[in-house]
Design a binder for this molecule. Structure first.
Ligand SMILES: Cc1ncc(COP(=O)(O)O)c(C=O)c1O
Length: 385
């Protein structure tokens, strides 16, 4: 059923000529961009008001965490995810990708491996190399209703001398899987047994679409592996703030926190004051808007699943979180689904970049009429033989 849609999601500003990574990629062609994971919607008024107030202050000197930042995130973790975080555990960072790169240097030595479940958000595959670490890929299993962890394969990969770190993407981009408490406990047991530290990228944690698939932060488990884990969070996916560069690492271990600051010193810039203002307002006051967004995203998931099922050779499992559809095009026999989509005027992300050719990732976070155009173009890209 079509949800009652707040006008905030019925239309959106034109992003061309604003330096938008998403919209500039095919700026000279009629290709509708549904690739990079940001939304075409304006961030909520409560966040804009906080940014305006900070702008009106007018002084933008060197800034560390303002007094409200850590408590706002800690309260958000408790309220939304039932996780009690001591504000002292929180370290601000300008981005989750930066933080991932830092953990490669902090928790692993040269030539150590970093475990990753594939397919996965591309930096998980590309960051270990430049840090002199090996990327150890463990494919997820595609079941009939969801993608899941192959624990036997993980145990085997972890058993080699290489891996010191596991980069967990939870909820998972691009499959949208929300790992269950049982999965996470099994991961905790396995990584503990092999002496592997878990870094859990939980940037999508506030976009779980179904109430019954609640997000469990890995570090909230009652397990020694959870005590040592590093959690990465940000308001950027949920409230569309990626350009403001504000994220946080939650690190319980005090010595790790100290080393984090020294390893990042001189390399990782400070978070900017507008990012702090936006993040704090989003965590404190953004929940009503977030709930409206979730209703829209559930509606969009239904539309995508319905339309994809009508296109011969395409298939897509229902995602539990994110606004991303991970579409299997292999049965179409098309040699290059990305090229076929672009030729039909649609610009998704290419599965090859996620370590799984033959798939595309389609971003549904746009007004519904635009998504329907995208789905028409998807059908044109894969006509019946
Ligand atoms: C799993 C995941 N981690 C990190 C990021 C990017 O984080 P940031 O912009 O804070 O570097 C994304 C963006 O799509 C993502 O999907």
């Amino acid at each position: 059923m079509k949800p009652h849609l707040h006008s905030a999601f019925a239309s959106c500003p034109d992003r061309r000529e604003t330096g938008s990574e998403k919209w500039d990629r095919w700026a000279d062609r009629d290709v509708l961009p549904v690739w990079v994971a940001d939304m075409d919607f304006r961030t909520p008024e409560v966040v804009l008001d906080a940014i305006r107030a900070r702008v009106d202050h007018g002084v933008f000197g060197y800034t560390h965490e303002p007094p409200g930042f850590r408590p706002a995130l800690a309260d958000h973790c408790a309220r939304r995810h039932g996780w009690q975080v001591d504000p002292d555990w929180i370290v601000a960072v300008p981005g989750v990708v930066t933080a991932l790169a830092l953990t490669a240097r902090l928790c692993a030595e040269p030539a150590d491996g970093i475990l990753t479940f594939t397919p996965v958000y591309p930096p998980f595959l590309t960051l270990p190399g430049p840090a002199g670490r090996a990327c150890v890929r463990v494919p997820l299993m595609r079941g009939s209703t969801a993608w899941s962890i192959d624990f036997d394969a993980l145990d085997e990969a972890a058993g080699t001398s290489l891996p010191k770190l596991l980069w967990l993407c939870h909820p998972h981009n691009p499959t949208g899987t929300v790992f269950s408490r049982t999965d996470l406990l099994q991961l905790a047991e396995l990584t503990d047994r092999h002496g592997i530290t878990v870094v859990s990228d939980e940037i999508w944690a506030d976009l779980v679409l179904d109430d019954d698939a609640g997000h469990v932060p890995f570090a909230s488990l009652d397990h020694p592996a959870a005590q040592r884990a590093i959690t990465l969070v940000a308001p950027s996916k949920t409230w569309n703030l990626a350009g403001l560069g504000c994220a946080a690492a939650i690190i319980r271990d005090e010595s790790l926190r100290r080393r984090w600051r020294s390893v990042g010193g001189g390399l990782v810039p400070m978070v900017n004051p507008l990012g702090y203002a936006a993040a704090e307002a989003a965590w404190r006051h953004g929940d009503a808007w977030r709930c409206e967004l979730l209703a829209l995203l559930r509606h969009h998931r239904g539309l995508v699943l319905e339309r994809v099922a009508l296109i011969p050779g395409l298939s897509c499992l229902p995602w539990q979180a994110t606004y991303l559809a991970w579409i299997d095009c292999r049965a179409t026999g098309c040699a290059d689904p990305q090229v076929a989509c672009e030729a039909a005027g649609l610009g998704p992300s290419d599965g090859r970049d996620f370590g799984l050719p033959g798939f595309i990732r389609l971003n549904t976070a746009c007004p519904t009429d635009r998504l329907l155009v995208a789905l028409d173009r998807l059908a044109q890209a894969f006509p019946a033989a």
